[in-house]
Design a protein around this ligand. Structure first.
Ligand SMILES: Cc1ncc(COP(=O)(O)O)c(C=O)c1O
Ligand SMILES: Nc1c(O)cccc1C(=O)C[C@H](N)C(=O)O
Length: 397
């Protein structure tokens, strides 16, 4: 069994069109299946940051806001992220954290809602920060908040719904929610939608423009490999931008920031989503990290991601002793993101720590989830095979 799966892994790696991409990352012989928490370091980042620090900051100093393009970096880098989530230029701005962008988007969407729409729906299994922020947004806008299973949103949205906040991929189970159908159903009910793309951007095609999404947010430190605390992003669909009333109208989103006008006049376009001074060092680290996407097709990434998770599920089935762990990640491709989560009712935390000691890094999510993220740009089939084999050994021990 083991030899057959190992040979299959080798054949799949040999046929993998994305295989050369791995060399663009700083990696060792650890099997790194935690790119859905913190993506690996692209090799070009260190040199770019050294130049930003040494020359742009060190020598050009204040001149760099213009001469090095710092001032416009949030929109420029936003467009690069936008290209990876299906947004035409001018609709995405990079900056702040996902939490902060959730706030801007949910309050902004609630402020666009028509008379009598006083309900904010939130995906019941949401990553907690979204739920906390949406609840605060509801208190601020005089709405009530209601948690609903993401799959039930189409039926639950009604005449009082202002906006629904949904995670595209569930961080715990890896379930992929149906963005086109959910968006269409919310629109049919007269509501807006905010998608949190943290676990889908860079892992699969998203198609924001194609599916008429209203608002989207996401982080860049997972599948986009932007680095720890890398700036997040906000998408506001072009035709909504002129009516977008940001709850954080900082001076960077003013139409004339250096006019220092006591009265606020919002900038046009994506810049309206800015707040204060951009985090230039991490923004330009992200800019460099995005170079790994040059020439990469997201369809190829998606195909490899599904092949990797299919193969890992088969290997886990073969190696993990019966009853020790079972997958909670959907089997149908249309419902799966780029991770596999196994429920391991006894000793999951210790098992994940032991896996790390044996060179396989994933995540433990309480109470019992072993989470393995597959980043197609640098993860191979032999990695998936080794991870499952070591997992089997650990759970048998
Ligand atoms: C779906 C989702 N939303 C939001 C966040 C976090 O947001 P922030 O970058 O503000 O910590 C995460 C992960 O940390 C996440 O998985
Ligand atoms: N953002 C993180 C951090 O600052 C520290 C540790 C983990 C994270 C994460 O991103 C967790 C991740 N969103 C998750 O899905 O669990």
């Amino acid at each position: 069994m083991s030899e057959r799966l190992a040979a299959e892994a080798a054949a799949l790696d040999a046929a993998d069109g994305l295989r050369a991409k791995r060399a663009e990352f700083v990696l060792d012989d650890t099997v790194y299946l935690d790119g859905n928490s913190l993506g690996a370091l692209p090799a070009s980042v260190a040199g770019r940051l050294a130049d930003v620090v040494g020359r742009e900051w060190g020598r050009l100093r204040i001149r760099s806001w213009e001469e090095s393009g710092w001032w416009a970096a949030p929109e420029r880098v936003g467009d690069r992220v936008g290209a990876l989530v299906g947004a035409a230029p001018g609709q995405v701005v990079a900056g702040d954290s996902t939490s902060v962008n959730v706030f801007k988007a949910v309050v902004g969407a609630a402020r666009l809602a028509g008379e009598g729409r006083d309900e904010i729906l939130v995906d019941a299994a949401t990553f907690p920060t979204d739920g906390y922020i949406a609840a605060s947004a509801a208190r601020m806008t005089g709405c009530r908040i209601r948690a609903v299973d993401a799959g039930d949103l189409p039926g639950e949205a009604g005449p009082r719904t202002a906006v629904a906040l949904v995670n595209h991929v569930d961080y715990r189970t890896g379930r992929l929610h149906d963005l086109p159908a959910t968006t269409a159903a919310l629109h049919a009910a007269g509501a807006r939608v905010v998608w949190d793309l943290c676990h889908s951007a860079g892992a699969l095609p998203v198609g924001l423009d194609a599916h008429g999404v209203d608002f989207a947010v996401g982080c860049t430190y997972k599948y986009l490999n932007g680095g720890p605390g890398a700036p997040a992003y906000l998408y506001v669909r072009r035709d909504l931008q002129a009516r977008f009333d940001s709850p954080l109208p900082g001076w960077n989103s003013h139409a004339d920031p250096f006019g220092m006008d006591p009265a606020y006049t919002p900038a046009e376009g994506a810049a309206r989503g800015r707040v204060g001074t951009p985090e230039i060092l991490s923004l330009l680290a992200l800019d460099a990290a995005l170079d790994v996407w040059d020439g990469v097709s997201l369809d190829a990434v998606r195909a490899k991601s599904l092949a990797l998770t299919d193969f890992f599920l088969r290997c886990a089935e073969a190696y993990v002793p019966g009853g020790r762990a079972r997958s909670v990640t959907p089997v149908p491709h249309a419902e799966r993101g780029s991770q596999v989560s196994l429920s391991c009712p006894s000793g999951a935390g210790e098992a994940m720590a032991e896996l790390a000691r044996r060179g396989v890094v994933g995540d433990f999510r309480r109470p019992d989830v072993l989470r393995f993220g597959f980043t197609p740009l640098y993860t191979g089939f032999a990695d998936a095979h080794r991870a499952a084999r070591v997992l089997g050994e650990v759970l048998a021990g």
